[in-house]
Ligand binder design. Sequence first.
Ligand code: SF4
Ligand code: SF4
Ligand code: FES
Length: 344
Amino acid sequence: MKIALEILRQQADHAPKAQTFILEDVAEGTTILDCLNRVKWELDGSLAFRKNCRNTICGSCGMRINGRSALACKENVGETLAKFPPRTVDGLPAIAIAPLGNLPVVKDLVVDMAPFWRDLRAVDPFVSAAARQDPTGDREAAAETLQLPEERAKLAAAGNCILCGACYSECNAKEANPNFVGPHALAKAQRLVDETRDTATAARLERYGTTDGVWGCTRCYYCNDVCPMEVAPLDRIRDIKSAILARTPDSPAASRAVRHRKTLVQTVREGGWVDERKFALRVMGNGFRDLGAIAALGPLGLRMLTRGKLPLTFEPSAGTDQVRDLIDAVRSREAQSHHGEDPA
Ligand code: SF4
Ligand code: SF4
Ligand code: FES
């Protein structure tokens, strides 16, 4: 097969420019990485890109292939052409290749990973030092810290991460908030929250429960979609949120983000759908404790009232009993799974 590769080329601080390379005799099973090698070896030795294992292990070859972040050594030509709406250049099937997003370009497809590593470090991605000490001073015991298979199973998904940057590249929250630590870091954070040997769980949940942490995620699902190792970072973020909510009592001291989640479920359980009036008072006003926040809501409330958008009464939904049963059933299954029982 003859194909066109449209590669976005760039030197740092210069505008990017697409350059097209034509490759002949390309088999459908040829990886994108092998195509790039051919460009470099046969057509233009100045093309820059990262690679190492060529086998979906090292995470070096992350890049955008037809607009979607992926590993160049995992994607092949046939599948790539079939997966995306057909693109052609001069009548040839074409594949567009660009550097990862959310990271500055060094040259061509090579990006500066420093922000990625900095964000990973922000979640303190190591088992706490105290957990590595054995209180008895028995060095042999300290060397062998055992875990049950079911404890280890909770770490398996996050443990698959090869730090390729595909999720980070597609993350909308990262794009909007440079301080958001990113899906890779939060996946690693879940691994430490569920690590039975770690002794800093409470401090970690406090640290991760911010808008630069789990509450900053917009749940766009892109990280789950592009991750080549099935880490499912969004699911890991959900695990951390569940741990935060499970540990935080319904108290005035709970953060607004926690009150938001808890109040949402409470009001739906009470009336079958959200009672906006209670929601605003409990979440924003913290049950009349935060009078400043209630006063700040005043102008909006007045506008809504005059436009008929703020009902003075609340009618429970006809299906409230079923909604309540559903919420209770989900809570019961969650409680069973937390106690290691099979909820089925
Ligand atoms: S979570 Fe997946 S996409 Fe993100 S860095 Fe790890 S392996 Fe790559
Ligand atoms: S789901 Fe959240 S963490 Fe994942 S890419 Fe979207 S905003 Fe980022
Ligand atoms: S070269 Fe190692 S993951 Fe692609």
